[in-house]
Design a protein around this ligand. Structure first.
Ligand code: HEC
Length: 122
């Protein structure tokens, strides 16, 4: 139910923004960024570590709240990803939602999924 509301709100907002944007700037420019993330170039150090440091590091690190499991380096994160706990906390809230009451953005979850599906490139 909450998901439906969220999706509806996003749709409504983007419809609205779409109109505003078109009214102001009718010419659609193609993005020319050179570091577009594709399925082939996702790595732990480049894409995953920043998400984890920012969203999980405040607790899952011996120098912060010292909560196990530690998620401070490639080996630790890969271990959690391999046994499924990583994905099950950020997606299924199982056994609980991580980060608590502050879910990751969809694009961050998507990146993590791709990284897992690629067997954890470092
Ligand atoms: C505000 C602090 C906090 C943040 C931020 C946080 N966690 Fe947690 N995490 C906890 C606590 C507390 C536990 C539960 C420890 C327990 O009860 O045994 C936990 C447990 C876990 C577990 C183990 C679940 C289990 O019981 O098997 C995983 C995996 C996990 N967190 C992943 C993450 C990930 C991934 C992120 C970032 C996306 C994250 N956490 C962010 C506090 C946090």
């Amino acid at each position: 139910m909450q998901t439906t509301i969220t999706i509806l709100s996003i749709l409504i907002v983007s419809l609205f923004l779409g109109c505003v944007k078109n009214a102001i700037e009718p010419v659609e420019t193609t993005p020319t960024t050179t570091n577009t993330i594709t399925d082939d170039n996702i790595t732990y150090n480049k894409n995953i570590k920043p998400i984890i440091d920012q969203n999980c590091g405040g607790c899952h690190h011996p120098q912060t709240l010292n909560t196990l499991p530690y998620l401070t380096n490639y080996e630790e994160v890969k271990f959690e990803a391999e046994n499924g706990t990583f994905a099950s906390t950020i997606f299924d809230e199982n056994p609980r939602l991580m980060p608590p009451s502050n879910p990751l953005l969809n694009k961050e979850k998507e990146l993590i999924t791709k990284w897992i599906n690629l067997y954890y490139p470092k």
